[in-house]
Design a protein around this ligand. Structure first.
Ligand SMILES: CC(C)(COP(=O)(O)OP(=O)(O)OC[C@H]1O[C@@H](n2cnc3c(N)ncnc32)[C@H](O)[C@@H]1OP(=O)(O)O)[C@@H](O)C(=O)NCCC(=O)NCCS
Length: 189
C-alpha cells in the first residue's frame, strides 16, 4: 500500500499504523465519541483496536475505502475515511478524540478528504450522515457544502439501537462551485 499522506495546515491524514494502538484505544473509548458513530463499539477495547488495525491491509487492498488517521506531529488524534457503502455511494465519516474538539480540526480534515474524494478518487458524489442529535457534525458537513437529502434510521453499535440519521450529499458540480469560490454565506444558507 502506498498512500501519500494528505497534509493540511495543521494536520496530516495518513494510513493507520500498529503504533497508533494506544492512542486509538484511549481516544476512541469514549461514549461521547462512539454514540455518534454507526460502527464504533463501546467500550472500545484493546481487542477492538487490534482488529481494526489488523484489517487495514485488507481494507486498502479492496480499493473501496480510504481509512486514515488524523494526526498532529504524527500522533493520532482521530480517524477519517471515505468508503463505499451498501448503496454504492461513497460516504465520508470522521471522529476526533474529545480533547481535540472545537478547534476546527474536523472541518480541516474533512475538507481535505472531501477534496481528495473529488480530485483524487474522481467521485461524482459523496454522501454523509449524522445522527439527529449530533449538531456539531451537521455544522461541519454544512460548512463543507453538504446539503440534507433525507432522514433514515441507522443502527448505532454503541447505542445498540436504531437512531434517526440525517443524510446529506455533495455532488461534484457543487464541489466545483465551492472550489471556484462560492461565498461561504451561500454554502451555509
Ligand atoms: C463531530 C466532531 C467530529 C466535530 O469535531 P470538531 O473538530 O470539534 O469540529 P470543528 O471544530 O471543525 O467544527 C465544529 C462546528 O460545530 C459547532 N458546534 C460544536 N458543538 C455544537 C453544538 N452542540 N451545536 C451546534 N454546533 C456545534 C462548532 O461551533 C463548529 O462550528 P463553527 O466552525 O461554525 O464554529 C467531534 O465532535 C467528534 O468527533 N464527535 C464524535 C464523533 C462524531 O460525531 N463523528 C461524526 C459522526 S457523523
Amino acid at each position: 500500500m502506498t498512500f501519500e499522506p494528505i497534509a493540511t495546515e495543521r494536520l496530516s491524514l495518513r494510513p493507520l499504523e500498529p503504533r497508533d494502538r494506544a492512542r486509538l484505544v484511549r481516544l476512541a473509548n469514549n461514549w461521547k465519541v462512539s454514540k455518534n458513530l454507526s460502527t464504533m463499539p463501546f467500550p472500545y477495547t484493546e481487542q477492538a483496536a487490534d482488529e481494526w488495525l489488523a484489517k487495514q491491509p485488507e481494507i486498502w487492498a479492496g480499493g473501496k475505502t480510504v481509512a486514515l488517521a488524523i494526526t498532529i506531529a504524527d500522533e493520532l488524534i482521530g480517524g477519517i475515511g471515505v468508503g463505499v457503502r451498501d448503496s454504492a455511494d461513497w460516504e465520508l465519516g470522521y471522529w476526533l478524540g474529545e480533547p481535540y474538539w472545537n478547534r476546527g480540526y474536523a472541518s480541516e480534515a474533512a475538507s481535505a478528504l472531501r477534496d481528495y474524494a473529488f480530485s483524487g478518487l474522481k467521485l461524482e458524489r459523496v454522501v454523509a450522515g449524522h445522527f439527529a442529535d449530533n449538531h456539531a457534525s451537521g455544522r461541519v458537513l454544512t460548512k463543507l457544502g453538504f446539503r440534507y437529502t433525507c432522514e433514515v434510521k441507522r443502527f448505532s453499535m454503541a447505542r445498540g439501537a436504531e437512531v434517526t440519521c440525517l443524510e446529506m450529499e455533495l455532488p461534484r458540480a457543487r464541489w466545483l462551485e465551492i472550489k471556484n469560490g462560492a461565498r461561504v454565506a451561500e454554502l451555509v444558507a
